[in-house]
Write a protein that binds this ligand. Sequence first.
Ligand SMILES: Nc1ncnc2c1ncn2[C@@H]1O[C@H](COP(=O)(O)OP(=O)(O)OP(=O)(O)O)[C@@H](O)[C@H]1O
Length: 261
Amino acid sequence: MTRPIAVDVSKVSLTFDTADGKVEALSNVDLQIGGGEFVSFIGPSGCGKTTLLRVIADLQQPSSGSVTVNGMSAEQARLGRNYGYVFQAPALFPWRSIEANLKLPLELMGFSPTEQKQRAARYLDLVNLTGFERKFPWQLSGGMQQRVSIARALSFDPELLLMDEPFGALDEIVRDHLNEQLLQLWAKTRKTVLFVTHSIPEAVFLSSRIVVMSPRPGRITDIIDYNFPRERTLEIRETPEFMAIAQRVRTGLRAGHSYDE
Ligand SMILES: Nc1ncnc2c1ncn2[C@@H]1O[C@H](COP(=O)(O)OP(=O)(O)OP(=O)(O)O)[C@@H](O)[C@H]1O
């Protein structure tokens, strides 16, 4: 496969200096992600998944090692608006309408009012929320709010979509539905997606590759590459191929786990 490398993480380690001493969050992480891949990160709580995403997005400096994104430094990539970030909480401003929330990054980036309006309409349509422009966040369900924040992250057309447990706070039925919608979005937009989750089925369903991490200091213990069709439905979870990958993830997680908490 000759996909260009979108993200190249080379020998990244990160130690935080805290009042209680040093916390080694990442140890010698090496990872290459191809353009258009959907990569999930799974590992026990506190193993450094968020920290790794933040290092890739230039929100955190590694203690050693380097990151390049589309051939640029992470800082250049950030300044060039290569990242769209979606967090566990939708982080919408309650006093702004859905449309005004969506336009916020576009305003800050200096898009013209016409362009802001067009983009807001286009990306709301992409997440099936046309008609909700004038509503306020509290008038939408949690799943719908999260779709708004995905639309907002995509609205300036970043190369990379970084998602940190975006569906972790939602119930399973809504989560299933959003997983299907996210896959359709991925198929349509061809973005490179980096997705943090605690859920094995979610990781297996969504990804083209799964990165399994060990407890702190976060190291990569397994990388599982597989090739489900880009457009798939939840029924795929019943197939032997799906179950075999889920089992491999579970084994990887168990191998790195000490069960002392
Ligand atoms: N700014 C910081 N200062 C000090 N320690 C930090 C900081 N950010 C993270 N840590 C520590 O680094 C470790 C990794 O944290 P991180 O949030 O990356 O883990 P995670 O795998 O995303 O966890 P979770 O699954 O619970 O969200 C944790 O022990 C955390 O307490």
